[in-house]
Design a protein around this ligand. Structure first.
Ligand SMILES: Cc1cc2nc3c(=O)[nH]c(=O)nc-3n(C[C@H](O)[C@H](O)[C@H](O)COP(=O)(O)OP(=O)(O)OC[C@H]3O[C@@H](n4cnc5c(N)ncnc54)[C@H](O)[C@@H]3O)c2cc1C
Length: 310
């Protein structure tokens, strides 16, 4: 069970958010894995002002703050996640388009679903996000992770990120170049909460843009498991190789721990067969790391973020 919250914090936050402040909320309801113990306090702010007041209240009482977007790249421990867990609410799911000639700019709230943004852009004949079809989660999480697939990633289109600093909730804007995007990472100030992102997209032939998105979807449907909860690729690809290939040649496809299993379809996916615990998934991750290290001398680095108590 998560450690106790600082006194007065729940009341202070409840005063601002009412029922959108939920002590002890099971995080399994908020992760694509359907795994995770309780949050100390889950909050769903709808405006930057609400968010700032939560950050202030937490900082004043020394409570830890963790951000969760769509929960599609996190494995939350069975013991839950202490402190305040912020999940941006519907007020952060607005999209504004500014189209002029060959280019367009779109400002998307951090809680917008990345897949929805990709499909809206494709519908307008705008190129730059087609790779994102089928990547679950939010724009905020996608920037943090520099989400990518099939040769594309978010870094190429991000112009600016808007957000609030962890300490006290002061607003801050960062240019795309300042984020020093790398493979599945961006350099954001510690605890920085992304509230909106401005993208620049290019006009292209509408049919060609759609064909690229359809190809990405097709590839995903063929190569990846579906119907069982997961967090996508568990490990990053090591330089010059694929984590899935290394795990497959190690003979680990189909191996189980509790109710978790290394997918037969794609060895870099660990799926929840129903009722899996975080420790089951973690046991398979540890096994894959150890076996691949012993066979190939490659240490697989997790892509999925392990958070909370174990
Ligand atoms: C079936 C499946 C397929 C997938 N395929 C891909 C793929 O092809 N490519 C790929 O890159 N990923 C893939 N993923 C992983 C995942 O979808 C992406 O990493 C996604 O961008 C995570 O977004 P999220 O909103 O769910 O973030 P979360 O998982 O909620 O959070 C991820 C990290 O971002 C931080 N974060 C979230 N929101 C914010 C915010 N507003 N401000 C600051 N930090 C924030 C969190 O604290 C956390 O550290 C896949 C996942 C699944 C389940």
């Amino acid at each position: 069970m998560a450690e106790a919250l600082p006194s007065g914090l729940v009341d202070a936050v409840r005063e601002v958010l009412g029922e959108r402040a939920r002590p002890g909320e099971p995080l399994a309801r908020h992760t694509s894995y359907r795994i995770g113990g309780p949050a100390g306090l889950l909050v769903l702010p709808d405006t930057p002002a609400e968010l700032a007041s939560i950050l202030e209240a937490a900082a004043a009482r020394g409570a830890r703050v963790t951000l969760v977007g769509g929960g599609s790249n996190v494995l939350v421990g069975d013991g839950g996640l202490a402190g305040v867990v912020v999940k941006l609410g519907r007020g952060f799911a607005r999209v504004e388009w500014t189209e002029n000639g060959a280019h367009a700019e779109v400002r998307a709230g951090a809680a917008v679903q990345l897949g929805r943004l990709c499909r809206d852009a494709v519908g307008r004949g705008l190129a730059g996000l087609e790779f994102a079809e089928g990547i679950p989660g939010t724009v905020g999480g996608a920037v943090f992770m520099n989400a990518g697939a099939y040769g594309g990633d978010l870094s190429r289109t991000v112009v600016e990120v808007e957000g609030l600093r962890a300490e006290g909730g002061a607003p801050l804007r960062l240019g795309g170049a300042e984020l020093a995007f790398g493979y599945r990472r961006a350099l954001l100030p510690a605890g920085f909460v992304v509230t909106a992102v401005r993208f620049r997209l290019e006009r292209d032939d509408a049919g060609r843009v759609r064909a690229r998105m359809d190809a990405a979807r097709e590839h995903r449907v063929t190569a990846q498991p579906h119907g069982e909860p997961s967090a996508g690729s568990v490990f990053k690809n090591p330089p010059g190789d694929h984590a899935g290939r290394l795990i497959e040649v190690a003979g680990l496809k189909g191996v189980r721990a509790g109710r978790a299993r290394i997918s037969e379809r794609h060895a870099n996916f660990i799926v929840n067969e129903g009722g899996a615990r975080a420790e089951d998934v973690k046991a398979l991750m540890d096994m894959a790391q150890r076996v691949v290290w012993e066979r190939n001398g490659v240490w697989l680095e997790p892509e999925v973020r392990l958070i909370g108590s174990w």
